[in-house]
Design a protein around this ligand. Structure first.
Ligand code: PEP
Ligand code: MG
Length: 575
């Protein structure tokens, strides 16, 4: 018995035979061709087949994994890009083979993306490479994906989103890939599909034989080859217990969520598009606490028109009708969508990001506000301003929103119910929260950025990842002040950063007075159930100890000790 190690990027355990997925890295047989018409027809046919296949995958994936559906949708746009197609066909006309023209054009596009300083654009290079490999494979083989004849663990060098979905539909038990990191598409999609995945496994496709029995234990970052009978029995038992636990945790919770002392708490969803709003519905979210509107941008540097934006916002509002929807206006700059900013900045994270960018480019801001107000259709609309650092920014933004509201109301002939809120993502806004709270309708704490700016630790820089820690006492103390300021002004305060989804932090957040949590939809039921087991007094008592801590480790130890005592004091049914 041997083992292979990697990074368990989607947790869980699976037992089954290995299925080695055919590589999509096709060879190019001929660089040149004299048969131009034949090459163009071959290219167009292959492109058409892939476009149809991807469109079908998007349709089927929509309900299982909105993330996957939107990635596959992007792949469809890449294959069908008219400019890319024109370039490929003109290369074929000048004597290139279809395969060589495809490889040249897509490699050029990927190189351009890789040169970008924006990590999101760099990530798009991987999408382009996957589409290139798929198109080359289609040009040469013209056949469909080979799938296993029995439920298997899929082992591959790399997998495209549509391949992953096809395998998942076919009963895949898990994925082992040589490529990929913790936040690669393979990992994100596996998490969304609820299948275990082990990535960065060197030599997986050569060390594992087709059909060999393996135990994939992503939780322990490894895979056991040819396990013993005793191990199979032990792991089978683990899988069954885990399946029961997950099923219980993921089942939607109906109705109001109250703590054990009767305090009501609201669990909302963070969404990136209309597809993920479907999940907000399915998990009974009490509202949408954050729509990251910049996610509608395609990455080509041009902003959608007012009409296009109106349609995008209206689709989300139509999809989710159970509660309030909070649209955060474009948060551009820093590590996000830098190609949309005309400014060259040495240090964009501290530059014209979020509201600063929008106030410097008022036409972009006004267009977005007009589109949001038009999309509201008699419903209350909540507009949220990112990266606020000053009272002056809030007042300038309010003035623009008010002017747009008057304009839209006069053209539509009805009154628009709009609430304006801010994100607390900078130490300056946290410290000034009492002043800001008096001039807005709600506050939402973005712990991802609040952590990065408080601790001066870039959230994307691995070198300082050990310093980037939302549980740090400085971040918790700032949040405590913000919640108090909101309470004094009698406005809601929501937490929409990743910290809201960390169950380890739930008691601390409740203890500092947070009543609104906004998280990625599939976390909603687990968080709701956790809240239902707690009381306000125990959470407040925990916070008294937490604020006295000097380091993150001390905070963790205090939380851990509290949870241990709590579990010892509770009967089995209470847990
Ligand atoms: C945050 O900063 O916590 C947040 C929710 O915004 P984003 O992650 O989009 O920057
Ligand atoms: Mg942020």
């Amino acid at each position: 018995m041997q083992e292979l190690r990697g990074i368990g990027s989607s947790l869980g355990i699976a037992i089954g035979p290995v299925f080695i997925a055919r590589s999509q890295h096709a060879m190019i047989d001929a660089m040149r061709s004299t048969n131009v018409d034949h090459e163009i027809t071959t290219y167009r046919d292959a492109k058409g087949r892939i476009e149809r296949e991807l469109a079908e995958v998007v349709q089927r994936a929509q309900l299982h994994s909105p993330t996957l559906a939107s990635i596959v949708e992007t792949h469809g746009l890449i294959v069908g890009d008219p400019i890319v197609s024109q370039d490929i066909e003109s290369m074929i006309r000048s004597g290139d083979s279809a395969a060589h023209a495809v490889a040249t054009e897509f490699s050029k596009q990927a190189r351009i993306m890789l040169l970008s300083t924006n990590s999101l654009i760099r990530d798009r290079a991987a999408d382009i490479q996957q589409v290139q490999h798929r198109l080359l494979a289609e040009l040469q083989a013209g056949d469909s994906l080979e799938v296993p004849t029995q439920p298997s663990i899929i082992v591959a060098h790399s997998l495209s989103p549509s391949q992953m979905f096809t395998y998942a539909e076919d009963g895949a038990l898990g994925f082992i890939c040589e490529d990929g990191g913790i936040d690669s598409h393979i990992s994100i999609i596996a998490r969304d599909l609820g299948l275990p995945a082990l990535v960065s496994v060197h030599g997986a496709t050569t060390c594992l034989d087709q059909g060999a029995m393996v135990i994939l234990d992503a939780t322990a970052n490894m895979c056991l080859i040819d396990p013993s009978q005793a191990q199979l029995v032990q792991y089978q038992d683990l899988i069954e217990r885990e399946a029961v636990r997950i099923q219980r945790q993921r089942a939607p919770v109906q109705g109001a969520i109250t703590m054990r002392d009767g305090q009501e708490v609201f669990v909302l969803a963070n969404v990136d598009n209309a597809s993920s709003a479907i999940h907000a519905n399915a998990y009974n979210a009490h509202g949408i606490g954050l729509v990251r509107t910049e996610m509608m941008l395609s990455g080509d540097g041009t902003f959608p028109s007012i009409e296009e934006q109106t349609a995008w916002y209206a689709k989300i509002l139509r999809t989710y009708q159970h509660g309030p929807v909070t649209f955060r206006v474009f948060d551009i700059g820093g590590d996000k969508f830098g190609s949309y900013s005309p400014y060259k900045e040495e240090n964009p994270a501290l530059g014209l990001r979020g509201i600063r960018f929008l106030l410097a480019q008022p036409k972009i801001f006004e267009d977005q506000i007009i589109a949001l107000l038009r999309a509201s259709e008699q419903r209350r609309i909540r507009i949220m301003l990112p990266m606020i650092t000053s009272y002056a920014e809030v007042m300038s933004a309010r003035e623009i929103i008010d002017a747009c509201r008057v304009h839209v109301e006069s053209t539509l002939g009805n009154v628009i119910d709009v609430q304006i809120g801010i994100m607390i993502e900078t130490p300056a806004s946290a410290v000034m929260a009492d002043v800001l709270a008096k001039n807005v309708d709600f506050i939402s704490i973005g712990t991802n950025d609040l952590t990065q700016y408080t601790l001066a630790a870039d959230r994307t820089n691995e070198l300082v990842s050990n310093m980037y820690d939302c549980i740090h006492p400085s971040v918790i103390r700032l949040m405590l002040g913000v919640v108090q300021a909101a309470r004094e002004s009698q406005i809601d305060v929501n937490i929409c950063g990743e910290m809201a989804a960390q169950l380890m932090a739930t008691e601390v957040l409740l203890g500092i007075g947070v009543k609104h949590f906004s998280v990625t939809p599939h976390v909603i039921p687990e968080l709701q159930r956790r809240i239902q087991t707690l009381t306000t007094s125990e959470c407040c008592e925990l916070v008294e100890h937490v604020v006295a801590c000097r380091t993150s480790d001390e905070v963790r130890a205090v939380i851990h000790e509290h949870q241990k005592q709590r579990n010892n004091g509770l009967s089995h049914e209470d847990r």
